[in-house]
Design a protein around this ligand. Structure first.
Ligand SMILES: Cc1cc2nc3c(=O)[nH]c(=O)nc-3n(C[C@H](O)[C@H](O)[C@H](O)COP(=O)(O)OP(=O)(O)OC[C@H]3O[C@@H](n4cnc5c(N)ncnc54)[C@H](O)[C@@H]3O)c2cc1C
Ligand code: SF4
Length: 565
């Protein structure tokens, strides 16, 4: 029997891979999408309006559920008793941390990836980000500018549905928005305080449907988003790109297929991928004319570093030596939390029903002059609070018995907390490589992280703590405290850089269309191509760049650079 050859293989079905396979299938190409874990089924895997008291372990899950797994650490937020039992998260494939590194690598292996549970904050990058190196002299200028990518941001926003307002901020280009999410009482109080200290507090750009959009229903504000939306009222591949790609009948979707490597022909070009079938534990090869990697940033680098051959002794398309380098992340942490005494004893209001970043403080530092502050670039803050699902402030209140319960209720509308989103800068000591001493349970050499926060992001962290002290004062709030240390690297899930794009093949892994310089039929559709983090999140840009890169690939098919199978 002749061996099947697809037009394109897409590895990963999250924000990047899902977008790629939809576009390529709709263009008529025969696509094989390969996904590491099982297929997500919202009717079994999502929270579906269950309350914590409906669950045996009150949402925390069976403490013994990871016994015997290679990677036993549970993942915060996204992994809980709601999604337990269907094996959606990666605990079979272990990874290593070099001495002194404490990277927290959270992976959703089910179809749709982390985009099933993401936070939906969706700001555009701007020239202040793309040209930051020209402004402050640090790092690499991106190979695209705002004028070039803006139409693709619009296309991504129109497809995904992003709610916000026009704000005319120098650090945040405006986009094409659905009506913004209504504000809560706390947002107005925070905004007034923030104004007094010169900090903007504005509606976030949130990919959550405030109105019906492209046949997806408007949000019904049940507050379940981080455990999966039961009706598809925010952008996720499960509700958007996967069904649309399947509707074309051009998609073959392989699940429980863990890609180990890109395989190459006698000229070093990609001819397919080798994956381990998780059920049989056997290695299988699939062939295509073009391969797209979208396994989520560091895993894309992992696959490429493991794709060694006579042509590519240090990993496929690594003639620049930049593969795995320039690992960046958002420093996360809480620089201040407390409460608003003016709301004590007020009736409860449904403040958490949108479960989203309703508002944020977009970057306000170093806007007029790139070196106004002690640090370069800038950070943003998410501030939220009010009546949550669970009174997380219980530890701040002293007491016992019924008086304690009354106090918990009195404080219920009042708590406020902040989260800093500070971009790390590329550093030669922050990278991933292969831990050649260790193999995972499937025999694949493990990925190893080398990462420390740098002085620039730690200065932002200190700065944000003072901002929160000032903000609480300006709001008339009382501060309960702040985190001593930032969260572990990896927590934000916004890592970038390990396959950075650029115009110079000597210093970058791909060209500006995310096509690797060395291997013309190998493309990348995730955040690994972004040379560094900005103060904004990555998912909407991943979708926008994937749309643009696939459009370029389709042109290459038309021009004969790639031939169809
Ligand atoms: C709780 C939470 C909140 C978040 N908040 C935000 C936010 O507000 N804004 C924002 O922009 N982003 C946010 N993110 C991050 C966002 O989810 C990611 O940026 C986005 O999912 C990345 O898309 P991706 O396609 O690169 O990866 P993913 O969505 O993770 O998809 C990766 C895919 O690759 C597959 N895969 C991985 N390895 C292999 C392999 N070896 N072989 C085969 N398949 C493989 C996986 O199964 C998966 O389908 C959040 C994430 C979480 C979990
Ligand atoms: S709040 Fe809206 S988007 Fe979130 S899970 Fe509920 S319906 Fe879906």
């Amino acid at each position: 029997m002749a061996t099947k050859v697809y037009d394109v293989i897409v590895v990963g079905t999250g924000a990047g891979g899902g977008t790629a396979m939809k576009i390529l299938c709709e263009a008529g190409l025969q696509v094989c999408a390969i996904n590491s874990g099982p297929r997500t089924d919202p009717s079994e895997d999502y929270r579906l309006h269950r309350q914590v008291y409906d669950l045996k372990y009150r949402g925390y899950g069976n403490p013994l559920r990871l016994e015997g797994k290679s990677h036993q650490e549970p993942y915060s937020v996204e992994e809980s008793e709601y999604s337990e039992g269907r094996d959606l998260f990666e605990h079979d494939v272990a990874y290593s941390n070099a001495p002194g590194t404490d990277w927290y690598w959270k992976r959703c292996k089910a179809t749709g990836g982390k985009t099933n549970f993401w936070g939906r904050s969706s700001a555009r990058f701007g020239d202040i980000d793309f040209k930051a190196a020209d402004l402050d002299g640090f790092g690499e200028t991106w190979p695209v500018d705002y004028a070039e990518i803006a139409p693709w941001f619009s296309k991504a926003e129109r497809y995904m549905g992003v709610a916000s307002t026009i704000q005319n901020r120098p650090s945040n280009p405006d986009g094409e928005y659905l009506p913004a999410m209504p504000w809560r009482c706390i947002d107005y109080i925070i905004q007034k305080g923030a104004e007094k200290i010169g900090v903007p507090y504005l509606p976030d750009r949130c990919a959550q449907l405030t109105v019906e959009h492209n046949n997806h229903p408007a949000c019904h504000y049940c507050g379940n988003c981080s455990r999966g939306c039961d009706v598809g009222s925010f952008f996720s591949p499960t509700w958007f790109t996967i069904p649309e790609a399947e509707a074309t009948k051009n998609l073959t979707l392989l699940t429980n297929a863990l890609v180990r490597a890109v395989i190459t022909d006698e000229n070093g070009m990609a001819k397919g991928v080798a994956y381990v079938d998780r059920t049989t534990r056997k290695e299988v090869e699939v062939y295509a004319k073009v391969v797209v990697l979208a396994a989520s940033c560091v895993e894309t680098a992992h696959i490429m570093l493991n794709s060694k051959s006579q042509h590519w002794p240090t990993g496929i398309a690594n003639s620049s030596g930049q593969l795995g380098r320039n690992l960046c992340d958002h420093l996360y942490g809480c620089p201040g939390y407390g409460y608003l005494p003016h709301l004590l004893g007020q009736p409860a209001s449904p403040d958490n029903i949108a479960d989203s970043t309703v508002a944020w403080a977009p970057r306000w530092q170093n806007l007029k002059n790139p070196t106004e502050e002690k640090f370069i670039r800038g950070y943003s803050l998410y501030i939220g609070g009010g009546c949550g699902e669970f009174p997380g402030y219980y530890g701040q209140i002293e007491g016992f018995g019924s008086q304690y319960k009354r106090d918990i209720k009195r404080y219920y509308p009042t708590p406020i907390g902040a989260l800093i989103q500070a971009p790390s800068l590329p550093s030669p000591t922050n990278y991933v490589d292969i831990d050649s001493d260790k193999k995972d349970t499937f025999g694949i050499p493990q990925l190893r992280f080398h990462f420390q926060w740098g002085s620039n992001e730690l200065l932002m962290w200190q700065h944000s703590k003072q901002v929160m002290v000032d903000l609480f004062k300006a709001m008339g709030g009382e501060m309960w405290g702040m985190d001593d240390e930032p969260n572990r690297p990896g927590t934000s899930l916004h890592e970038t850089g390990v396959c950075r794009f650029g115009n110079d093949p000597n210093t970058s892994v791909t060209n500006k269309w995310a096509q690797t310089h060395d291997v013309a039929n190998l493309y990348i559709c995730d955040a690994s191509i972004f040379p560094n983090c900005t103060d904004k999140t990555t998912t909407m840009p991943i979708v926008a760049f994937a749309m643009r890169n696939c459009d370029h690939m389709l042109d290459n098919f038309k021009k004969g650079v790639h031939t169809r199978a």
